[in-house]
Design a protein around this ligand. Structure first.
Ligand SMILES: CSC[C@@H](O)[C@@H](O)C(=O)COP(=O)(O)O
Length: 357
């Protein structure tokens, strides 16, 4: 059984998230009673990871809607739109919350115009859609995992095992379950084709050391932790088969925003001829953003760099630059692994066109 980052019970209208600021030392769930709480737990990174952000944001709206009284479909539509736009503002780089908000606002517009739909039906249909987003994330991740495992194995001979590097946390803690890049690693492990996974610490927030390592140990996956600065040395000495990371937003040309440090791993992978893969749900591809240059990169407080927990590690008075993400150019990416298949970055535009046709 993998870790559960989100607990949601429709019947009791209860939403709780595993507080990722306290992991791995303390396992504590925090109640999310509505949109305001949802915004806070996302912004403070008590829950993080692009898919988990979207799911918790949407579920926080569902919890609030069940407690609210609406006088008309028009009022419901307006409230839903305002609250979803507010949730999008909690963290700017990951596209998933924005994509989910746009989908839900479209649905609210359609339902409010449709005279055959009552207020009660509208609420019901809206809540069903949110529930569907949660369930779809898990099934999509399982497909991403299997597609990615097949792709990586297609590059090795016979039934040999592979050694993989990953960065940040893309597992059960970052999604509704299973994970994206970590889902690929889970699938390789389930197929008994994973020899070893190396996870980076992922400074400054240490998602790798605190969260990915926690998941790997929990699931008994053969793994080793390395510092971010050790990737070149690892690739030179350990015959790495592939790198697989997640994504916060993929531009239409395949440029990919992901956790800070991803770009340098891609550069190093190119130098060592190690294929570099991005694993993400298809909804992480933002057709409206033509290249990575247009992706807004969130900058986080200095404190995340200067302190580990309550303990200061940097000299007092030093100013910091703390971008939470960087953009890996499409030219460094061997493939984008999605639930719909594995695409070369240069295929993305055509795939987007065929989906919207
Ligand atoms: C499946 S999670 C994909 C990405 O969101 C992940 O790689 C990442 O960059 C997470 O960043 P975070 O700042 O921890 O939210």
């Amino acid at each position: 059984m993998s870790l559960k980052s989100i607990i949601y019970d429709q019947v009791t209208n209860n939403l709780e998230i595993l507080d990722q600021l306290l992991l791995p030392g303390i396992t504590k769930y925090v109640k999310v009673k509505g949109v305001e709480d949802g915004w806070k737990v996302i912004n403070k990174m008590q829950v993080r990871g692009a898919p988990a952000i979207a799911i918790v944001g949407c579920l926080s709206l569902a919890v609030e809607m069940r407690n609210d009284k609406f006088e008309s479909k028009k009022q419901l539509r307006q409230e839903v739109e305002g609250k979803l736009n507010y949730l999008v503002s909690s963290r700017p780089t990951a596209v998933n919350m924005k994509g989910a908000a746009e989908e839900l606002i479209d649905l609210a517009n359609q339902l409010s115009k449709d005279k055959s739909v009552s207020l009660e039906d509208m609420i019901h249909k809206f809540l069903l859609k949110i529930q569907h987003l949660l369930e779809k994330d898990i099934t999509d991740n399982q497909s991403i995992g299997d597609n990615g495992a097949k792709e990586i194995l297609s590059r090795v001979s016979g039934d040999s095992q592979v050694r993989v590097v990953t960065h940040c946390n893309t597992g059960s803690l970052a999604t509704a379950g299973y994970g994206t890049a970590l889902g690929v690693i889970r699938s390789l492990h389930a197929m008994k084709r994973l020899e070893h996974v190396y996870c980076t610490e992922t400074r400054p927030y240490n998602q790798g050391a605190r969260l990915t390592a926690f998941e790997l140990i929990h699931d008994k996956i053969p793994s080793t932790l390395i510092c971010d600065s050790m990737v070149s040395a690892l690739m030179k000495s350990r015959n790495i088969s592939a790198v697989v990371v997640g994504a916060d937003r993929v531009a239409a040309n395949g440029d990919t925003a992901n956790k800070i440090g991803t770009y340098q791993i891609a550069v190093v992978a190119k130098y060592h001829a190690v294929p570099f893969y991005v694993a993400a749900p298809f909804t992480s591809i933002d057709a409206k953003v033509s290249t990575g240059e247009h992706i807004v990169i969130e900058e986080r407080p200095d404190r995340e760099m200067t302190h580990v927990g309550e303990h200061r590690i940097a000299a007092k008075g030093i100013p910091c630059w703390n971008p939470a993400f960087d953009v890996t150019p499409a030219s460094l990416i061997a493939g984008i692994i999605t639930e719909r298949g594995v695409f070369k970055p240069e295929q993305i535009k055509a795939v987007l066109a065929s989906v919207s046709a």
